[in-house]
Every structure is written in structure tokens, then in C-alpha cells.
Design a protein around this ligand. Structure first.
Ligand code: FIX
Ligand code: ZN
Length: 420
């Protein structure tokens, strides 16, 4: 394979072209979303009213409207979307990351992007047949499959798994927040499903929780288990969460050879009036991650942290522990100015042994703009890395670049879930 570049900076443009081609031609895997396969019915959100009432936009609404949260949440879905469209797209240019994203989706479907109302967009999405629409959206986003977030204690979702079959486009994940973070509120749901547990998770409750996890692993066939943990998370810890994590979840992950995804850093409901949009962020104590990685070396982890101030620390821990797989620029970090900083320091410290991004999409069509933005932000970063390598004396080939892009957006994940 002819090398793209020996020591000639002028050929750096060749690198840029091949970075662009690799990013555009290699389908990515979206390793964390809140999307649902059609077999899970109404749980799956899609279409213009869901796009516009995304909780990121709800948070932005109240900064540009006189509406109070109480007035807004009393509205219908359409009234909410109309209010957000008026305030954030008509009265003001949609320059924020999340408002521009909706514009990008409209453009992707050749819909008007500056209408005074949503009539035409509504008519278009209402005309779509969901299954073929999903295929079209994944193709537009350049992703081959998405990973879901599935809650075995959600009273609406749990019963659907009795009949739900597999969908090659959607991979299940066993989400454990209600067990690990809210045991007192949810242990009775486990009990109602036939597991002998109690409020203190005492006696045989740990074994019964493992039986619950085993039954759901057999039913759901998850690709990993996952939990969101607050900025105050400590481990090890003599607490319900500390014991359930150490004695039930980590052993079950080893039993079923599954990674555990730990997403650490939200300060939940700092403003409850905003409901799902009410969460904030806090700097976490990553010594908890150090202990998870060091004391449970036979477990492997996907790990994402929400505070910008924790990112460099996570890179250092990833150099110390190969059972950590850093992923994504999560939530409040998913903005080009911060994605660039995080991605560059990751490449500088751990090469391409990480997963740069996930979408966290809650509405199907969001993957179109979230992945367009990722490719747009990653291109100059990767071009810079390869140009420096070439300048420092190592020829860079097209195959090198394609191997790295495939590694970051596919095989690092596939290896972790034992699919590669
Ligand atoms: O815990 C999570 O999976 C978070 O991503 C969500 O709770 C959060 O609301 C979100 O969607 C962020 O993008
Ligand atoms: Zn999420």
C-alpha cells in the first residue's frame, strides 16, 4: 500500500482526504442510547414533536421564554413543541448545539428549516412507516446498530420482554439504576417478580438479586450491564449500593462474561421543576474507579464521566488499568469545544484504545445530527494526529487510518462485548 505521506507536509491534505473518507465510509456502532426497538412499542420516540421536546431543549426554553416549568409541563406534547419552536427557532436563531441539531435533521429530510410553524414537518413524519424509517435514519447517521437502555424494573417495559424478539439493529442493555441507586423504592418490584429480597438486602437477598440478574440476562441477552452513578459515588462503600455492586452485580457480570458500564457524575434533580431536564453535574472522586479496576481485575468496564474536570484523570486511570474502556463525551460534554479537548487528550495518552463517542439519543432522528457533529469534530483532530506522526517520521497509510477509525467506532466495543 503506497504510503500517503513520507515527510512532505504538502501531502498532509492527502491525510485529510483519507480521514474524511474513513469517517464517512465506515459504519459506526452507537454504544449508548435511549432508543428502543419497534418490538418495544410506544417506548421508542421519533418524529418532530419528540425531537423538539427533547429535555436538552426544554432546559434551554426557560431561558428564552416567560413560560414557567409548571405552565409548560401542563401543555400537550404539540403545545410544548410549538412553544419551543417559537422561542428557540423563530424568535431566536437556533445556534445552540441541540437547536442546530434539529435544524440538521430537518435539512437531512429536505424539510424547511425556518418555517413559522411545524405543519409541514408533522405531515412528513406522520407519513413515515417506522421500520423503513429506522433503516433510513441509521443509514443517514452512518451507524449500523444502536445499543439500548433497558430497565427490568420499569413497569411499562418489563412485561414487553416476555414476547420481544431480537432486532439486529438494536442491542439490549440491562440497566441497574433502580437496583443500585434506589433499592429502598424498588426492592418490592423484585419481590413481586418472585425474588425473596428485603429492604436491607440482607440474608439471601444478594443471592436472590443474582438470580434476578441471571434470569434477565437469559431473557434479554444484554451486551452489557449499565448504571448511572452520582458525583458522590464512593467505592468500596459499606452501603446498600456498595454491597449490591460488589456482591451481586460484579459477580454476575463475570458469570455472564459481560462488561459493566459505569457512567459517573450527575447531580440528579438539582432543579426538580425541570423534570428530566433537571439534572446537573458534579466532579466525582475517581478513586472509586481505581478500586473497581484494581480490586476486580476480572471485570471489564465501559466508563464515562460527566465532569469536564474528571476527563484527564480518567485518561491517566485508563493508562493504569487495561480493563477500563473510556467512552463518549457524555451529555453536557457533547459540544465541539469540549469534545475536541477530551478526544485530543485521549489520543495523546492512550492512542486509539477508547471509544470517542456515543449519541445518548432519546429520539430516533437525533442520531442523524449527533453523528454528523462527531464526524465533523473528529476529522481535524485525527488529521492533526496523523500529520504529526508523518512529520515525526512514520509514513501514514490509508489502511492505518481506516484501521484506527474502525477500532475506535467498532472493534473496541465488539472486543469488549466478545463479538470480535
Ligand atoms: O443516565 C443516562 O443514561 C443519561 O444519559 C440520561 O439520564 C440523561 O438524561 C441523558 O439522556 C443525557 O444525554
Ligand atoms: Zn444515557
Amino acid at each position: 500500500m503506497a504510503s500517503l505521506l513520507t515527510h512532505d507536509r504538502a501531502a498532509a491534505s492527502g491525510i485529510a482526504l483519507h480521514v474524511e473518507h474513513a469517517l464517512q465510509s465506515i459504519p459506526f456502532i452507537d454504544i449508548h442510547t435511549h432508543l428502543f426497538m419497534p418490538a418495544l412499542g410506544r417506548l421508542g420516540l421519533w418524529g418532530i414533536d419528540e425531537l423538539i421536546t427533547y429535555h436538552y431543549l426544554e432546559a434551554e426554553l426557560f431561558r428564552s421564554s416567560t413560560l414557567t416549568p409548571e405552565q409548560y409541563f401542563a401543555m400537550s406534547k404539540r403545545e410544548k413543541a410549538d412553544a419551543i419552536w417559537q422561542a428557540l427557532f423563530v424568535d431566536n436563531p437556533p445556534v445552540s448545539e441541540s437547536t442546530r441539531g434539529v435544524v440538521a435533521v430537518l435539512q437531512a429530510f429536505d424539510l424547511p428549516t425556518s418555517s413559522p410553524d411545524l405543519r409541514e414537518a408533522r405531515a412528513f413524519f406522520e407519513s413515515r412507516q417506522l421500520d423503513s424509517h429506522i433503516d433510513h435514519v441509521l443509514k443517514l447517521a452512518g451507524i449500523s446498530e444502536v445499543v439500548m437502555t433497558n430497565d427490568p424494573l420499569d413497569p411499562e417495559e418489563a412485561p414487553l420482554w416476555e414476547r420481544a424478539g431480537a432486532d439486529r439493529r438494536f442491542h439490549p442493555v440491562l440497566r441497574l439504576d433502580r437496583i443500585l441507586n434506589k433499592w429502598p423504592d424498588h426492592w418490592r418490584v423484585l419481590e413481586s417478580q418472585g425474588y425473596r429480597v428485603d429492604a436491607e438486602a440482607s440474608g439471601g437477598a444478594i443471592a436472590e438479586t443474582r438470580r434476578f440478574l441471571a434470569d434477565w440476562c437469559k431473557r434479554m441477552k444484554p451486551v452489557y450491564m449499565a448504571v448511572s452513578l452520582p458525583d458522590t459515588f464512593q467505592f468500596p462503600e459499606n452501603s446498600l449500593r456498595g454491597r449490591l455492586l460488589a456482591e451481586a452485580v460484579l459477580p454476575s457480570c463475570r458469570e455472564f462474561d459481560l462488561p459493566l458500564s459505569t457512567m459517573i457524575g450527575p447531580r440528579y434533580q438539582v432543579n426538580p421543576r425541570l423534570k428530566l431536564a433537571g439534572d446537573g453535574v458534579g466532579k466525582a472522586d475517581l478513586r472509586a474507579v481505581e478500586r473497581l479496576a484494581a480490586d476486580y481485575p476480572d471485570n471489564r468496564y465501559f466508563i464515562s464521566v460527566l465532569s469536564r474536570e474528571n476527563q484527564h484523570e480518567l485518561c491517566v486511570y485508563s493508562r493504569k488499568f487495561a480493563n477500563l474502556m473510556p467512552f463518549g463525551c457524555w451529555w453536557f460534554l457533547n459540544n465541539p469545544s469540549i469534545v475536541e479537548e477530551i478526544t485530543r487528550e485521549r489520543i495523546e495518552m492512550i492512542g486509539t484504545s477508547f471509544i470517542p463517542q456515543h449519541s445518548d439519543a432519546r429520539v430516533l432522528e437525533q442520531v442523524v445530527y449527533k453523528w454528523r457533529n462527531t464526524r465533523r469534530t473528529l476529522a481535524p483532530i485525527l488529521t492533526n494526529s496523523y500529520s504529526l506522526l508523518a512529520e515525526d517520521g512514520r509514513a501514514v497509510t490509508r489502511a492505518d487510518i481506516e484501521q484506527d477509525v474502525r477500532r475506535m467506532f467498532r472493534t473496541n466495543f465488539e472486543r469488549w462485548i466478545r463479538r470480535a
